[in-house]
Write a protein that binds this ligand. Structure first.
Ligand SMILES: *Cc1c(COP(=O)(O)O)cnc(C)c1O
Length: 480
């Protein structure tokens, strides 16, 4: 399988291999990588994947799906990487992503049992192993430089800790993450993990990352890379759990399911789109947003309108607080019949000039063709949903998952689908967002045993002003 950029001229024959785009991230033309075409599964293929999943488990299912997209890693190596990544020891369950039934035909798919208790581990843990493998094969090293307000940075650090050939330099706004999130990151003592607390807000951290990325000489000299959500390997790893969820909720391959996905940068639900394009029988992909409803607005109206900083709300589901959805370009590429030049004019040109583009004439047809629906949720909705789910089912859900459950229930009330199960993706565990759980339920969320007392552990973090020169000097020193 070869890869192309979402902004590529359809006449261009510029194609790349999986391992090239693995380390590259964004395409040089500013676009995102996608496979030349989606492998289409026959009835037999799907039956075969179900057999692999039920007889051999999640890691082997991951290998079978990844093999359709990766032909520049020998099979035996790829299988070993998948088996090393998706283990009962790491996820605490043999099923890796078990379903929890709430009502008849209404499920949560547990994606948050990894080391940092958010679904980002599902992809990042694989990325860590792929990076270590590919860097060793090339005899190269990589310094990951990023900014985080919480989930991404911790998932990246837990994926890269102790890996040969990789260092992580992660900036975060000093004092602004939840105490639990700070403790998760700062308690890591691994030599190759560097926490940098910046005096400022998350935007200041992102500006530092941009400034360093724009310094081509520094970037080349210190081999600076990223692990952000536009990386195709992360998206690909996420495709796997749509299959696992489907197989768990059905017994025959002619049945359909729907998914509701708490969404921010459109990475998670884009993986569902890829699964559906491959032929997984998904009826509807319901995009759930919080008050930052850029995506809900698009799927309702066809107008994509990015928000300014002032119009981006700080909410109690913070990992969905986005002003634009960085993976959304991938869906638009498919929706526009893979016309890279049109994508380029929308994302490379129109968005920066006017902050929006209008696909309203095609949105109704696209919703049907690609099975999309959407909804939004507010803080009050999250509190009510956390409360009712706990009262009725005895299940504590986090604020992001609550956005999903609220939107899923609303969707089902309007579109009853008696024989089609609805699976809501559980994207984090409640302990990560304890203060809102206490607000909703009056009790502290349950804490997995391995996180007992982490706030009291010694911390490994340096404090710095939001100053590019200081950060560069720190990186240079750590690399010498
Ligand atoms: C990152 C994240 C999301 C949003 O996922 P996207 O792939 O950006 O749409 C939702 N919930 C949680 C808990 C997250 O960490």
């Amino acid at each position: 399988m070869k890869y192309l950029s979402t902004r590529a001229d359809s006449n261009s024959s510029d194609r790349k291999q999986f391992c090239e785009i693995l380390l590259e991230g964004l395409a040089p033309d500013g676009g995102l990588y996608l496979p030349e075409s989606y492998p289409k599964l026959s009835v037999n293929d799907l039956a075969n994947l179900r057999r692999i999943w039920s007889e051999k488990g999640y890691a082997d299912l991951a290998f079978a799906i990844l093999s359709l997209y990766i032909d520049d890693i020998p099979s035996a190596d790829l299988l070993a990487l998948c088996r090393k990544t998706y283990t009962e020891a790491v996820y605490g369950t043999k099923d890796i992503v078990p379903l929890k039934q709430l009502d008849n035909g209404f499920y949560l798919e547990a994606l948050s049992n990894g080391p940092t208790l958010a679904f980002k581990d599902m992809a990042m843990q694989l990325l860590g192993n792929l990076f270590e493998y590919e860097l060793a094969r090339r005899g190269e090293t990589l310094n990951i430089f990023g900014a985080t307000s919480g989930d991404t940075g911790s998932a990246a650090e837990y994926a890269m800790r102790g890996k040969r050939g990789v260092r992580v330099f992660m900036t975060s706004p000093a004092g602004r993450m939840s105490p639990f999130q700070q403790a998760q990151m700062f308690s890591l003592m691994d030599e190759n993990i560097h926490n940098i607390a910046i005096e400022g807000v998350f935007d200041d951290c992102q500006d530092l990352v941009k400034a360093v990325s724009n310094d081509a000489a520094f970037k080349a000299k210190y081999k600076i890379g990223t692990v952000n959500s536009i990386n195709w390997a992360r998206l690909l790893a996420q495709v796997v759990y749509y299959f696992a969820g489907y197989f768990s909720a059905t017994s025959k391959d002619n049945q359909k399911v729907s998914f509701t996905v708490p969404s921010g940068n459109f990475g998670n639900v884009c993986a569902g789109h890829v699964a559906r394009m491959m032929g997984l029988p998904i009826q509807t992909l319901v995009v759930a947003t919080n008050e930052n409803d850029v995506l809900d607005e698009f799927f309702k109206t066809g107008v994509y309108r990015v928000r300014g900083t002032a119009d981006t709300h700080e909410t109690s589901s913070p990992s969905m607080d986005i002003s634009k959805a960085s993976n959304f370009e991938r869906f638009v590429f498919d929706m526009l019949g893979r016309d890279g030049l049109r994508v380029k004019s929308f994302f490379g040109d129109q968005l920066s000039k006017t902050g929006q583009f209008d696909l309203s004439s095609g949105i109704a047809a696209a919703r049907t063709a690609y099975g999309f629906a959407s909804g939004r949720s507010t803080h009050v909705d999250r509190l009510a949903t956390i409360k009712s789910t706990y009262a009725k089912h005895g299940v504590m859900i986090d604020t992001h998952t609550a956005d999903g459950v609220k939107v899923a229930r609303e969707f089902l009330a309007k579109h009853p689908q008696s024989d089609v199960p609805m699976i809501v993706l559980e994207t984090a565990l409640p302990i990560k967002f304890a203060s809102t759980i206490v607000e909703a339920l009056g009790v502290e969320p349950t804490r997995p045993a391995q996180f007992e007392g982490i706030e009291a552990l010694p911390k490994r973090v340096v404090n710095m002003p939001a100053d590019v020169a200081a950060v560069k000097a720190y990186i240079a020193k750590a690399c010498d």
